[in-house]
Design a protein around this ligand. Structure first.
Ligand SMILES: [Zn+2]
Ligand SMILES: [Zn+2]
Ligand SMILES: [Zn+2]
Length: 265
């Protein structure tokens, strides 16, 4: 069965950002969350760094990508895997240029054909037949629903819906990461069978058309029977990290920027 865990090397995941598209603090907002001095209430746009042996990849590269790479001291990146085409997950593409200097070739973006199309439209200058010097050199590696491998990492796409937009979550052995999501089909719950740690988008406590609320994300986490759930892609409407954490049951936590988790063999 496709959801069975293949042999995998030990790996770590670091939350580069855990905020929704506005980030926290929100520009010009003076709410208690945006004014908080707790570092866990500062959330860059959601993205994940995964490291295994000599392999390092990011899931998404949003508008905070440059600062995220600097904070995590990433000096080499093998690929970016994209969940979907919204700008809060793509806007850092221009900053992938630095990795071109190291790799001498196109930087690989793993994504669906639909996302590739949007990147080609959004960064047209990067795909002209005679490119301007200094532009990002990008190469696309098409992914759909089949498992793929980058270095030591075996990655299984988990299709979900973000209102009507198809989005890919990703599973690596005991770990799964699903960002913008409002519906997980049963076939995808099957792919999550046996997962130990699940990351799920949870925008805020009140409902939203395109994102799970905290309650919906908790329900989905329970359905997977994961030992541990972390929530991401939060807006300032979620409330103070410290307060919401105190309300959550054991095995469920809000993630925060900079949190790193380790997974053994
Ligand atoms: Zn998003
Ligand atoms: Zn605010
Ligand atoms: Zn989105």
């Amino acid at each position: 069965m496709q959801s069975s865990n293949p042999e995998h090397e030990p790996f770590s995941v670091s939350f580069l950002g855990t905020g929704t598209s506005h980030g926290i603090p929100v520009i010009s907002c003076g709410c208690v969350v945006c004014a908080s001095t707790d570092p866990r209430d500062r959330r860059w746009r959601s993205s994940l760094l995964i490291r295994s042996g000599s392999t390092a990849i990011a899931i998404d590269c949003g508008p905070d990508f440059r600062e995220q790479m600097l904070r995590e001291k990433v000096d080499r990146l093998d690929a970016v895997v994209l969940t979907h085409e919204h700008r809060d997950h793509l806007a850092g593409i221009d900053d992938l240029r630095v990795f071109n200097y190291h790799s001498q070739g196109d930087f690989p973006l793993y994504c669906t054909h639909a996302v590739e199309e949007q990147v080609r439209q959004g960064w047209r200058y990067a795909f002209k037949p005679s490119p301007y010097p200094g532009i990002p050199q990008l190469g696309f590696v098409p992914i759909e629903n089949e498992r793929f491998t980058i270095g030591e990492l075996h990655i299984l796409p988990i299709p979900v819906l973000h209102y009507r937009l198809p989005v890919l979550g990703f599973r690596i052995g005991p770990f799964a990461y699903i960002t913008d999501v409002s519906h997980i089909p049963d076939s995808s719950f099957q792919l999550l069978e046996g997962v130990d740690t699940i990351v799920l988008g949870a925008l805020r406590k009140t409902p939203h058309l395109a994102h799970f609320s905290l309650t919906q994300a908790m329900e989905a986490a329970r359905k997977t029977r994961a030992r541990q759930a972390y929530f991401i892609h939060m807006s300032h409407d979620m409330g103070l990290h410290r307060k919401v954490e105190a309300e959550l049951p054991p095995g469920m936590n809000l993630s925060y920027d900079g949190l790193t988790l380790h997974f053994g063999r």
